[in-house]
Design a protein around this ligand. Structure first.
Ligand code: NAP
Length: 326
């Protein structure tokens, strides 16, 4: 079978399509024939050796994806060959090197989840990391409640659009930010009540106005290195910021937090517990079934173009998820 293999940490050019041995499921495992693999920013940090989680080459990248059950090991009765599934494992729990940028992937039953008819494989590849992260940020770390106002600061990407959908379905007022007209249109189409362009001077004024000066209860932050200091001034009393993404250091004024009894929280999906992950995928499954969740795939690229996809996922102007078609 073919898979992307990284033999040396470094730039995108390290991603090479190779023939590798076909895996066989052991007892209690499933073998998934992948149709789409998700490309996440974290895949690029790990490939470059710039992430706390270290990969030991040679390895195959990728934490999420979707496909069909190809074969099941002995003692496995939850899935049968032909079932449509997505992979939603805790990134830390995938076997080292056994990433999803491959034609065939081994998984344990708790790492695969049914993919309803009507949700494409590409959309299924948007669930494992972005939707799980968005759910964890909003509900498990952010303690989001219906009737609250949430700012999704960076709402046009994989995590951001997922957060918009989840927050809307939860009965929240949603303010989403993006950096392009196409991105803002996508946020609006997913149900955001207010959209703002985070590249425009003074864009936070519209956020203050939208809350009648009260501030937002929760911020899901994709670019804390740019925004965290400003976020504290946008919070309502007892507000929370959940840091999902940050690409550098930032200076804050703690008094802006103190004056509001505000919390700065954070998450790393690698740290999720089995119980929390089960909750996450039960909720995602329900949202797919009742059509409140409908992932946006912005770009599909062939598996062989993984290197180009790694460049694209770091470029500004996000529009949903980038997916490798297998
Ligand atoms: P993505 O699809 O590349 O989206 C990036 C998002 O950040 C876009 O909405 C982009 O908006 C926005 N952005 C860029 N500059 C911004 C700014 N100055 N202010 C606010 N937003 C800004 O990436 P993703 O998959 O959604 O992930 C988002 C971030 O979370 C990444 O940094 C990723 O590494 C991180 N992440 C962390 C975890 C975790 O476990 N902690 C899990 C998943 C992702 P425009 O392009 O429209 O400007």
């Amino acid at each position: 079978m073919r898979a992307i293999v990284v033999r040396q940490l470094g730039g995108p050019e390290m991603l090479k399509l190779e023939d590798v041995p076909r895996p066989a499921p052991h007892d209690g495992e499933v073998l998934v024939r992948m149709r789409a693999a998700g490309v996440n920013p974290v895949d690029t940090y790990i490939r470059a050796g710039a992430h706390a989680r270290k990969a030991v080459p040679p390895y195959t990248p990728g934490f999420d994806g979707a496909g069909e059950i190809e074969a099941v090991g002995a003692g496995m009765d939850r899935f049968a060959p032909g079932d449509r599934v997505y992979i939603g494992a805790a990134p830390g729990s995938r076997p080292a090197g056994a990433g999803t940028y491959a034609e065939l992937v081994l998984a344990t039953p708790d790492q695969v989840h049914p993919l309803p008819a009507g949700i494409s494989f590409g959309q299924g590849a948007a669930l494992g990391v972005p939707y799980a992260t968005a759910y964890r940020a909003l509900f498990q770390r952010g303690r989001a409640r219906p009737s609250e106002t949430v700012l999704i600061h960076g709402a046009t990407g994989g995590v951001g659009l997922a957060a918009v959908e989840l927050a809307r379905a939860h009965g929240m007022t949603v303010i989403g930010s993006g950096g392009t007209d196409a991105g803002l249109a996508a946020i609006r189409a997913r149900g955001a009540d207010v959209v703002v362009n985070h590249r425009e001077q003074g864009y936070t004024d519209a956020i203050v106005t939208a809350t009648a000066g009260r501030g937002v209860d929760l911020i899901v932050e994709m670019a804390a290195h740019v925004n965290l200091d400003r976020d504290l001034g946008l919070l309502a009393k007892h507000g929370r910021v959940v840091v999902v993404g940050s690409r550098g250091r930032v200076e804050i004024n703690p008094r802006d937090a103190m004056g509001r009894d505000a919390d700065i929280r954070s998450l790393m999906l690698f740290n999720v517990s089995d119980n929390d992950l089960a909750e996450i995928h039960a909720a995602i499954g329900a949202g797919l079934q009742n059509h409140t969740l409908n992932p946006v795939v912005g770009r599909e690229m062939p598996l062989a173009e993984a290197a180009r996809a790694h460049q694209a996922v770091l470029e500004p102007g996000a529009l949903g998820k980038i997916v490798l078609v297998i």
